[in-house]
Every structure is written in structure tokens, then in C-alpha cells.
Design a protein around this ligand. Structure first.
Ligand SMILES: NC(=O)c1ccc[n+]([C@@H]2O[C@H](COP(=O)([O-])OP(=O)(O)OC[C@H]3O[C@@H](n4cnc5c(N)ncnc54)[C@H](OP(=O)(O)O)[C@@H]3O)[C@@H](O)[C@H]2O)c1
Length: 272
């Protein structure tokens, strides 16, 4: 159904929309009536997807080719966020991983992973929140990962970038408190995508029972958004675990500031 201009939800920018989770986000958002701006490096794919979504859902669909591991690529998207008042949703989804110990990971890979997974997401979150807070409307979705909860073998940098997204996005939720702007953190587990090939990992090696389809992941993430969740872990059956994790980390934060060294270190004991 074609929605009238007044009931349209606005424009969604989806980073990493040329494959995997981002591609499905773009499709689902277009089906909800959003005009979509698809960001990634592979122009041919973006154009094909944009053409398909525009035709199927009668929305405007645009390819914005940008390498988000570069300053100029991030600036192109940030400029769009600050200059286009129709943008009501940003999905910061682009990211990549590599399955190697740190000592075997080339410096360039480390740099571009941090640039994409952390710097681009941070700068684009800032541009989005400035625009959204100015209009007191808009939604920011940051895609983290279950890999950010705890160290996992051979993804030392990737896991840490996702831990950054966890903490960073929670902090942004404090920044938008009392406004109509929404911030959602999405924490997928293992999801079918080309990302596994990019990482040099074998998705087929994982037990079938722990791998979610891309569609289920995005549908659950959007259902979480509709439910008003601030953090959505599509494959976490026991939501209480996430609540406990957040509560416990808050408790550690409150307890970690103390002028006295902890008793167990015995500091100052010898002099007594
Ligand atoms: N799949 C999983 O199991 C899983 C689990 C947890 C979290 N995640 C997260 O989900 C997000 C999407 O990953 P995915 O699994 O869907 O992988 P994917 O299919 O490889 O998608 C990654 C997307 O990011 C884009 N991208 C990569 N480098 C880029 C760059 N420098 N500039 C702009 N765009 C870039 C890619 O497009 P181009 O190559 O065309 O640029 C692609 O569209 C990532 O943040 C990932 O960490 C995935």
C-alpha cells in the first residue's frame, strides 16, 4: 500500500545495506513505508537493491556509496544526517570482523576495523542525535554483538569494538532521556551473512541450532524497537540475563570508586 506523504515515517539511513543484516533492515524498513538511503562501498549492489526496493514498496530508495572507514566517507553520511530533515532513523549496522589472534592481525585491518566499527558509528551517532534532538524526534539503532559481552577466541579487536558499542549506546540512552528521541542497541548472536566469509570463519562449523536467519534477526530487532526496548538481543531467550548483566555492571561501577585500596592488597599494613 502506498502511504500518503503525511503518514510516511520519513527516511531511514542504513549503513552496511549491501548485504546481510543491513540489506534485510533496508527491505523491512522500506516495507514499513520508509524512504531508504543505503550506505556501503559496493555501488553495483546498492543500486540493484535500491532499484528493487523502490519498485516493490513505492518508496524513494537511494544508494549512497561511502567507505565508512575513511573520514570523507563518514563525512558524506554525517552531512546527509544534518542537512536532510526527512531523516528520522539511522541504523548504524556496517561492521566487520576477522578471526585471528591480535599478533596475526595486520595493522591495517586493526585500524580499519576500529575506524568502521567504532569511529564511524560514533561520529554518525553524534550527527544523528544532534539532528534528532533538534527536532525532538528520530530513532538511532546501533548494531552491536553478543561478542561484546565477554572475550571470545580470535576476535580480540572485534569483540572489543562491540563492547564499545554496548557501553557507548547505553550512554546515549542517558543523553536522550526526557526527549522523544529513541536509541536502541541491537545485540545479535550468530546470524547467517557474508560477514562470516569476510572474517575468514566458517559459519557451517557452528551447530545449526545456534545460527539465526538474517530475516529473523532483523524482524526480532524491529519487534524489540516496536515494544520500546532500549536493548534487544534477538536470540537471547532469557531477557532477565541481559537485565542482570546491566544491573551488575552498574553495581561494579558504583563500588569501584574508593579512596582506600582494597583490603586484600594489604597496602599500608607493613607500616602499621
Ligand atoms: N552475522 C553475525 O553473526 C553478526 C552477529 C553479531 C553482530 N553482527 C553485526 O552485524 C552487522 C552487519 O554484519 P553482517 O553480519 O550483516 O555482515 P555483512 O553481510 O558482511 O555486512 C556488512 C555490511 O557492512 C558494509 N561495510 C563493510 N565495510 C564497510 C566500509 N568500510 N564502509 C561502508 N560499509 C562497509 C558491507 O558492504 P560493502 O562491502 O559493500 O562496503 C556490508 O553491507 C555488523 O556490525 C556485524 O558486526 C553480525
Amino acid at each position: 500500500m502506498v502511504q500518503s506523504q503525511t503518514t510516511r515515517p520519513g527516511t531511514a539511513i542504513v549503513t552496511g545495506a549491501s548485504s546481510g543484516i543491513g540489506k534485510v533492515y533496508a527491505e523491512r524498513l522500506a516495507s514499513r513505508g520508509y524512504d531508504v538511503i543505503l550506505v556501503a562501498r559496493r555501488q553495483d549492489r546498492l543500486r540493484e537493491i535500491a532499484g528493487d526496493l523502490g519498485a516493490r514498496f513505492s518508496v524513494k530508495a537511494e544508494a549512497l556509496v561511502a567507505d565508512l572507514s575513511t573520514e570523507s566517507g563518514v563525512a558524506a553520511v554525517a552531512t546527509r544526517l544534518s542537512s536532510d530533515a526527512s531523516v528520522s532513523l539511522l541504523v548504524n549496522n556496517a561492521g566487520f570482523s576477522t578471526m585471528k589472534p591480535l599478533t596475526e592481525t595486520p595493522d591495517d585491518t586493526v585500524r580499519s576495523m576500529i575506524a568502521l566499527n567504532i569511529t564511524a558509528l560514533t561520529v554518525l551517532s553524534k550527527a544523528a542525535l544532534i539532528a534528532f534532538k533538534g527536532r525532538n524526534a528520530g530513532t538511532l539503532v546501533n548494531v552491536g554483538s553478543g561478542a561484546g559481552f565477554s572475550p571470545y577466541p580470535n576476535i580480540p579487536v572485534y569483540g572489543a569494538t562491540k563492547a564499545y558499542i554496548f557501553l557507548f549506546t547505553q550512554s546515549l540512552q542517558n543523553e536522550v532521556e526526557g526527549t522523544a528521541v529513541r536509541v536502541q542497541l541491537v545485540l545479535p548472536g550468530a546470524v547467517v551473512s557474508e560477514g562470516w566469509d569476510v572474517a575468514g570463519a566458517e559459519l557451517e562449523a557452528l551447530p545449526e541450532g545456534i545460527v539465526m536467519t538474517t530475516e529473523d534477526c532483523v524482524d526480532a530487532a524491529l519487534a524489540g524497537l516496536d515494544l520500546g526496548e532500549t536493548a534487544t538481543a534477538p536470540s537471547l531467550q532469557d531477557a532477565g540475563l541481559l537485565e542482570d548483566y546491566v544491573a551488575l555492571s552498574g553495581k561494579v561501577l558504583q563500588s569501584v570508586f574508593d579512596a582506600k585500596p582494597a583490603e586484600r592488597y594489604g597496602v599500608g599494613k607493613a607500616a602499621e
